[in-house]
Design a protein around this ligand. Structure first.
Ligand SMILES: [Zn+2]
Length: 785
């Protein structure tokens, strides 16, 4: 844009205009606090990335999107987030058939009598330059009305929609008033209540929170909630500079969860937050916003949302929402930094948040906790270790839920050391201790896999969201890609797909994360991962590291490996991640493996240096998509294996989306890995002297009656699918001791008197039941207390 004249203090003055910066020489010296009026006459044809001359179905479609630094490309402004314009007027003259959507209130729309009309929009609230916007098209315009919390005149909610898209827009635009009604009680009245809210359609994907007039490329419910949430967090309070962008994007992403909480309660909120958990590297602070991407989905949005969520957890709802109110009162219609937010929340709550901001805002990664507990009459001692290797110790309050035979009690303990113990007084017999049961902390918890049997064969775990990745993931299962020709059991981190499971899958044993007492029954876990819609937190809550340590074998196939392996598992694999992107091929480098063709984009795949650790072997690499060759598949086997299985503790990681690979080639590789490395089908060692026998049935238990443990012996005439389980006298399943492929002959398994959730079963009579090949045998067990 070209500048033709400037005035200062009402008189013409000189200026220089170079490198996007206009310097206006004032008419005289001004003191601090004095006001000076400057006017700039300018003209031109704005180009660049912030102002678009587009068309839609042959009609003009003119849009702006200035964040972060584009406003200066199309109008002269003081382009600082920390110095908002107190009011703003914009006048736009267009052909008569066009409609201009803008910020604030429409003052006038005048027919100029010459085939043109002029729209005058006025913002009466302070506004930052990057939120000034216009959107021009022969829109279809319709309105809804929001009644303020205290009553009074309703505020107009206006939708500017492409005429051909009115049908698509209607359903979710109709939810906007309800969203405002959900947010206003939580965040205070809609900030621009004297003006309006609305949407103007534009050709971008996603949305942009232009003040009072969000630009939208589509009608996704969560995006609509997000952009509305920005009106409080981003628009009313703006990050003081873009290094603090999480104050905009983290908060707005978190408001999405608040919206779903308003519809579905706390569990809907937690599930939505799970979908935004980010476990990878990086900080939410953007060191140099002029050269770095401020819109990092993982950091500015997802981890930023978790920071807000964790602040809510640390402070509790009362202090947290009071703190947000104080934050808006102090910085509303202005701007704020992370430190200013911290200070306000500290003032309201009386809590020191220094460590919180250091570790979560300026630091990377997350804590990895190891939990143990021992109970005594009237007391439980809980031991918590922090074992993360890639970052320092975290200072956090942690909720411990102690479940006893008389009920549950929550305790909050302050934790900041590598190893701490807590003595908690409780009534009743302690049955279990849950760590952060409502998931207020971005963390991994390692529970201990004790008494593993490895007897049940392969467990295939699905971590791919059925709704989003159908039919790709269903086809992968239908092609029997993940288990070779082995028998297997199935676990699903997600709820069942709407249309039912693919016919090749058995019914899942359960949903969510895999419990410690179940995973230890399997010799191999094949985890089909993705990191979308909440599977990654289920991986983080499954005791993978402990399972490897006792001798379980794990095969993980997923993109975003750096997030999956961020705790201590990348070092276990002996790899160093060094890039994220889209590998162009998958080249086998280990004899017996074959190249795998991709059937779709492998974006967001983390790859690693092809030189791997001493206990590791490179299996696959990619030679295109990155500069130089990168590793995409690795096998690690620690010397000595696992504590309970010297051959075990093996870990194979294959980088990429498991549902976008040639299933024949991938399946052949998995079959090879399971057989060659993992020695599947694994056979449990028989009891001493055990030899193949023609007998079938239970062969006695010792001791019986028992407390706390009994050993159950049984015979199988041939190797095959078999199950040994314990039922109570009413026929209810208490615990599966083994299920899967078992060898022929005499063998034995222990029952520790606990049910599938690890709780001690009550004293009384139980039935052990062996079933295989259509036969079954039952025997009484008596547990004494
Ligand atoms: Zn946003």
């Amino acid at each position: 844009m070209g500048v033709s004249a400037c005035t200062a203090g009402g008189s013409a003055t000189t200026w220089t205009h170079a490198a996007g910066l206009l310097t206006v020489n004032l008419d005289r010296s001004y003191g601090p606090g004095e006001t000076v009026q400057v006017s700039v006459s300018y003209s031109g044809n704005p180009g660049g990335e912030a102002f678009g001359w587009d068309t839609h179905l042959g009609q003009p479609m003119i849009w702006t999107l200035s964040e972060p630094f584009g406003a200066r490309e199309w109008w002269p402004c003081k382009d600082l987030n920390s110095d908002k314009a107190e009011t703003m007027d914009i006048r736009v003259t267009v052909p008569n058939n066009q409609i201009v959507a803008g910020n604030g209130s429409l003052v006038s729309d005048v027919d100029n009598g010459n085939g043109t009309r002029t729209f005058h929009w006025h913002s009466s609230y302070p506004i930052v330059p990057y939120l000034v916007s216009l959107a021009i098209h022969p829109y279809a315009v319709n309105s809804d009305w929001y009644t303020p919390m205290g009553g009074g005149d309703p505020m107009e909610v206006t939708f500017y929609v492409y005429p051909d898209d009115v049908g698509n827009a209607a359903e979710n635009n109709a939810k906007v008033v309800g969203m405002i009604e959900a947010f206003a009680p939580a965040f205070g009245e809609y900030p621009f209540i004297n003006e309006k809210y609305g949407h103007a359609q534009f050709p971008w994907g996603g949305g942009m929170e232009h003040q009072t007039c969000t630009s939208l490329g589509g009608w996704w419910e969560s995006v609509i909630a997000h952009e509305l949430g920005h009106q409080w967090y981003g628009d009313m309070i703006t990050c003081a500079d873009f290094s603090h962008i999480w104050l905009n994007e983290g908060f707005a992403s978190w408001t999405e969860a608040v919206y779903y909480e308003s519809l579905g309660g706390p569990e809907a909120y937690r599930q939505y937050m799970d979908g935004m958990a980010y476990y990878g590297p990086g900080t939410v602070i953007v060191e140099n916003p002029y050269s770095e991407n401020i819109f990092d989905g993982n950091l500015s949005y997802d981890k930023g949302a978790w920071l807000v969520h964790m602040l809510r957890g640390v402070l509790g709802d009362e202090d947290f929402f009071a703190g947000l109110a104080a934050y808006r009162a102090q910085y509303g219609f202005g701007s704020a930094t992370s430190e200013q937010l911290r200070d306000v929340l500290e003032g309201v709550s009386g809590r020191d948040l220094d460590a919180f901001f250091q570790q979560w805002v300026y630091g990377e990664y997350f804590p990895v906790y190891r939990l143990g507990w021992t109970a005594a009459p009237g007391m439980v001692q809980v031991d918590i270790e922090q074992i993360q290797e890639n970052t320092g110790l975290f200072t956090m309050p942690i909720t411990l839920r102690v479940n006893t035979d008389q009920g549950s009690t929550d305790f909050v303990v302050e934790n900041s050391l590598a190893s701490e113990s807590y003595q908690l007084s409780v009534a009743g017999n302690v049955e279990s201790v849950q760590f952060d049961p409502d998931r207020w902390i971005l963390r991994q918890v390692q529970t201990t896999v004790s008494n593993p049997t490895f007897a049940a064969g392969i467990l295939v775990v699905n971590g791919v969201d059925w709704a989003t990745y159908a039919p790709e993931i269903q086809n992968a299962y239908l092609a029997e890609t993940f288990w070779g020709d082995n028998a297997f059991d199935f676990w699903d981190t997600f709820p069942a797909p709407a249309g039912g499971y693919p016919a090749t899958l058995p019914a899942p044993l359960g949903h969510g994360s895999v419990p410690a007492e179940l995973i230890g029954q399997y010799s191999t876990v094949v985890w089909v991962g993705n990191n979308y819609a909440g599977d990654l937190p289920k991986w983080q809550e499954t005791p993978i590291a402990s399972y490897l340590a006792v001798g379980g074998n794990v095969l993980l196939i997923s993109r975003m490996g750096e997030s999956f392996l961020a705790g201590n598992l990348a070092s276990y694999l002996g790899i160093t991640f060094n890039a994220s992107g889209t590998p162009g091929n998958c080249v086998a480098v280990y004899p017996g493996l074959v190249n795998v063709a991709f059937t779709g984009s492998q974006s967001y795949t983390d790859v690693f240096s092809p030189s791997v650790g001493a206990n590791s072997t490179l299996l696959f690499q990619t030679t295109s998509g990155f500069s130089g060759t990168r590793g995409t598949g690795v096998h690690a086997q620690p010397p000595g294996g696992g504590s309970h299985r010297p051959e075990g503790g093996q870990f194979v990681y294959l980088a990429g989306r498991p549902y976008r690979m040639d299933f024949t080639a991938l399946g052949a590789n998995i079959a090879f890995i399971l057989e060659h490395f993992f020695a599947e089908p694994w056979t449990v060692t028989g009891a001493p002297g055990g030899t193949p026998t023609a007998a079938f049935g239970l062969a006695g238990s010792y001791p019986n009656p028992f407390n706390p443990k009994t050993t159950i012996a049984f015979d199988l005439p041939a190797a095959g699918q078999a199950q040994l389980a314990v039922y109570d006298i009413a026929g209810r399943l208490v615990r599966v001791l083994a299920a899967g492929l078992l060898p022929a002959g005499r063998q034995q398994l222990d029952w520790d008197g606990r049910d599938a959730d690890g709780r001690e079963a009550a004293a009384g009579v139980y039935l052990a039941r062996l079933s295989a090949a259509g036969r079954s045998d039952t025997q009484r067990l008596v547990m004494l207390k």
